[in-house]
Design a protein around this ligand. Sequence first.
Ligand SMILES: C[S@@+](CC[C@H](N)C(=O)[O-])C[C@H]1O[C@@H](n2cnc3c(N)ncnc32)[C@H](O)[C@@H]1O
Length: 379
Amino acid sequence: MKASRALAEIVKKNAQRSKADFLNLDGVKFQFVLAWLQDLLANAAHEVLGKTDPRVDAIMKRFNDFLDAEGEDLRRRTAEIGRDPGHVLEVDVAQVDPAEVDRVYSREAAGYDSKHHLTTRGQDLQWRRAAGWLVAAASESRPAVLDLCTGTGLTAVEITRVMREHRREADITALDYNEAMLVEGRRRLAKMPDLGRTITFMRGDATAFVGSAPPGFHTFARSSFDIVTQVFGIGGVGNPVAVADNVLSVLRDGGRFLLIDMHRPVLGLPGEWAVPGFWVRFPRYEYFNYAKTTLPLVLARLWGWRDTTLDFYLAPLVCHEEEGVPYGFRLLWRVVESERWWFGLPLMPTCRLLLEKVRLDRSEYDRRRHILKLIGAGA
Ligand SMILES: C[S@@+](CC[C@H](N)C(=O)[O-])C[C@H]1O[C@@H](n2cnc3c(N)ncnc32)[C@H](O)[C@@H]1O
């Protein structure tokens, strides 16, 4: 009850703050309708002609051509979105401001657990458990785990639950820079001494936990951990490359890094909506909804979050030398899956990225450094 009242207040406050955005939707509203129409047409064509019939594409092309008459900008956008599944729509949400993120979590700490559970329709549990299953699959007898941006430690607790089912334990360091979230985490652990025995909360910055740090912030020696997890933590950090670089340092050779967060809808791989009698797909609508509503309102304003999609493609490129030996990541697994939100709507996918620390040969190392430099993300 308390959590839902708090949520209602936040939504109200944010709706006021973002009134200008909503009143300013003009063209966007129109594009929403067009996106729906296009999707409806595609669904109808699929139903009538079969899902793989090339005539569906022909119909969509005609429809896009028809839209040409609706103005240059609209034509360009719909054509790009309709025909090129790899097209990335510009999303104009500002980068995160660490002070604002800290304020958001200081304000949210007390109600964080239930609010996150509520807004994700309880799906957060399975994302956190995924971290647990990864740790349980570790060959190390007692894995050393670092849970980055741990917040109130929900992922750390879920890891210990899965481990307990396997009659095993892991030593978990739960790191966050927000004092209020850590206080809530410690308070919960005090109530579950059995589960919490192997979890240690620490204050630290996910972009600087190796080397020197301000007083009160923890750092770690190189090769201290077998596994690093970061579940819904990267979107509040402005420099994901620095995070991956720190992770690479603290992992031992062969250590794994699991990153889970939001991902833009992939046009060619939409989710499905259940309509009595059949399943329909609304890829364009999904995309607009993410770019124009979910990202600016729910993620950015409610949670201080940014678009994390690029992080899943940048992190695997991060590499550095350790005593003259080039190290980087091997991509083990990258899954982008449309989730079912409230009322079963597939409004936004999540991504699970699993990387392993490996030695790189010099040419691969140089290639990755070069790519990062070219795109302006190099150290
Ligand atoms: C959405 S919460 C996620 C908490 C937790 N991982 C979970 O799954 O519930 C994001 C957390 O990231 C933390 N955070 C943001 N930037 C950080 C940084 N640079 N270093 C450490 N923690 C940070 C915030 O304080 C917040 O607790």
